[in-house]
Design a protein around this ligand. Structure first.
Ligand code: FAD
Length: 296
């Protein structure tokens, strides 16, 4: 789904990346950075500019200290830490994408988010290479400072993980993998959850008090709960459909366009606003929609 960029640049070293950025700036071209593309919806017309990927996929582990290039697949990092007997990232098994994308969106699942283990993040601020400590990254639920600073490119992350038993970690990862594969069958064309879940503390007190306790999980309320109340399950726009078993899962049944997805997303947001007074926020990132104003 979605169209191409004018140019795709793969940089494998920091110096190549800095050089590419200088050339793009000199040519006055719009540019963006991609990771594995698993959380990205690109308009059918594509992106009129340069898409840059940083491909350093090295993972180095020494005792509890882990250094990962932002171009490493998150699953490779998860597997490497399990083999090294380090715990925490094992719950993120089967989250697609790369380490840079995971830091950008503070990816997480089953009780852990990546920020818990971050010591520092190295990045290019558009010109120079810099580093931020975890606190300086402003991590929050599916949020980081990198989401605000669109000209920053994450190069690598320094993590620290506590020790764990590799066999027990593998068993837990396999259990999570089985649950996830049932929810997101590997052949399903989707971007994971479309909307962020809601933090209980951000909800109006009257609404929070009326929620069934079973819907509050680790201080969050699944947006699927509000979507389901708004009749989202099974809704369709073109080739894009809301799963009939999960209201926060939209997938392409075949021939669906990025515009169908955007319009269905807007329709769902409007329905939830009218039904529950809640503003849902997209977790997926959008690219190339320019002056898009579609509302279903
Ligand atoms: C089936 C499925 C299940 C999913 N389950 C989960 C889940 O359980 N938990 C979860 O958190 N997410 C989940 N996701 C969403 C997605 O996998 C994560 O958000 C992932 O971390 C995105 O990484 P990516 O490399 O694919 O990023 P991309 O999709 O390539 O990019 C996403 C954003 O990150 C930015 N970005 C990427 N790399 C860099 C970089 N090096 N520097 C600066 N910015 C960068 C891009 O500009 C873009 O805005 C799921 C997705 C799918 C398809």
């Amino acid at each position: 789904m979605g169209g191409p960029a004018d140019l795709l640049v793969d940089a494998f070293t920091e110096s190549a990346l800095v050089e590419a950025l200088a050339a793009v700036r000199a040519a006055n071209c719009p540019w963006t950075v991609l990771g594995g593309g698993s959380n990205l919806v690109v308009a059918s017309g594509g992106f009129a500019g340069v898409a840059i990927r940083y491909r350093d996929d090295r993972i180095q582990i020494q005792e509890g200290s882990v250094q990962a290039g932002s171009g490493a697949s998150l699953q490779d990092l998860v597997d490497a830490t399990i083999r090294a007997g380090l715990q925490g990232l094992h719950t993120m098994t089967r989250i697609p994408g790369w380490v840079g994308g995971a830091i950008y969106g503070n990816a997480g699942a089953y009780g852990h988010s990546i920020h818990e283990f971050v010591e520092s993040v190295r990045f290019v601020d558009g010109v120079a290479i810099r580093s931020l400590s975890r606190d300086e990254c402003d991590f929050a639920y599916r949020e980081s400072r990198f989401k605000r600073e669109k000209s920053w490119i994450i190069l690598s992350a320094q993590l620290r993980l506590p020790p764990g038993d590799p066999e027990a970690l593998r068993q837990e990862a396999t259990r999570i993998q089985q649950i996830r594969d049932a929810k997101y069958p590997p052949t399903m064309r989707c971007a994971g959850s479309i909307f962020k879940n809601l933090l209980l503390r951000d909800l109006p007190a009257s609404l929070a008090d009326s929620l069934p306790p079973s819907k509050i999980i680790e201080g969050k309320v699944p947006s699927a709960y509000f979507l389901e109340l708004a009749g989202a399950k099974g809704l369709k726009r073109g080739g894009i459909q809301v799963a009939d078993y999960h209201a926060n899962l939209l997938y392409n049944t075949g021939g669906g366009t990025a515009e169908d997805l955007r319009i269905l997303t807007q329709t769902l947001k409007q329905r939830v606003l009218e039904q529950s007074g809640i503003h849902l926020e997209e977790e997926v990132q959008c690219l190339g929609f320019g002056s898009y104003t579609g509302v279903g």
